[in-house]
Design a protein. Structure first.
Length: 263
């Protein structure tokens, strides 16, 4: 399927590894030029080199913290200075710490809000004027299956990613007439460093092995396995494309069937 991404410019946050890297790689493979961002310079540089070499596309690597509003402004300004525009925005950030309510301090709530919710708000604010001017834009937020079926021990993620969903759904209505779509993609248990961290936290909390924690999750998934980042990235590439022009305001899970709800 021709997705119409050749010549588009995509900004992918938290793209040095995991789901962000997989999405950036897939968009480049479909012909988009990239701006990728992360906090770690070395890992980000390696990711940019790998993607550019494999795809032949131009990849600009920008180090910065998307939880900081001033950093977001600097990142998007540098991206537009290089490419002239941002057609596709993929918001993404490392998940907040796991933990039950009584273990979470007020400072942890503030930090998680900046990282998980406000980073999305500020990135969207930075790119929307240009998207509206050109009459085209794709905003894709990487959230979590937790917004449809809360995950035990993830109080911060369950709460704040739900806020991202409400923001995105409302923004989708406000921007639809301008040719801009806003969608959320919900990763299930996927073979990433984040899931490794969660399995270790679960194992420590419950006195079981990491392998037992992963096996429990796999037993809950109808496909009986963890997802692969490339499977998740395929949906992101489609939603970024011209072919997905009538899909907006949606939250779509890539979870192997884990979510039990009808909608």
């Amino acid at each position: 399927m021709e997705l119409g991404l050749r010549g588009k410019v995509a900004f992918v946050a938290a793209a040095s590894k995991g789901l962000g890297f997989a999405i950036a790689e897939e968009l480049a493979r479909e012909g988009a030029d990239l701006v990728i961002n992360a906090r770690g310079e070395e890992a980000l540089g390696k990711a940019a080199h790998s993607i550019s070499k494999a795809s032949g596309r131009e990849v600009l690597a920008l180090v910065g913290d998307v939880s900081n509003p001033e950093s977001v402004e600097e990142l998007t300004r540098a991206a537009i200075a290089r490419f002239g525009r941002i057609d596709i925005l993929v918001t993404n950030a490392g998940g907040p710490p796991s933990g039950k309510f009584e273990s979470l301090t007020p400072e942890m709530w503030v930090r998680a809000t900046e990282l998980t919710l406000l980073s999305v708000v500020n990135l969207a604010r930075a790119v929307l004027p240009g998207m509206k001017e050109r009459g085209f834009g794709r905003i894709i937020n990487v959230t979590s299956i937790a917004v449809k079926q809360p995950v035990s021990g993830l109080m911060l993620s369950n709460s704040l990613r739900a806020g991202v969903t409400g923001f995105a759904r409302t923004l989708a209505n406000e921007t639809a007439e301008s040719g801009i779509t806003v969608n959320n993609i919900l990763p299930g248990y996927t073979r990433t460093e984040r899931v490794e961290q969660l399995s270790e936290a679960t194992a420590s909390r419950e006195g079981i092995s990491r392998e037992q924690a992963v096996a429990r999750w796999e037993a809950e998934i109808p496909m009986r396995r963890l997802g692969e980042p490339r499977e998740f990235a395929a949906l992101a590439a489609f939603l970024a494309s011209e072919r997905a022009s009538y899909i907006t305001g949606q939250s779509i899970a890539v979870d192997g069937g884990w979510i039990k709800s009808l909608l």
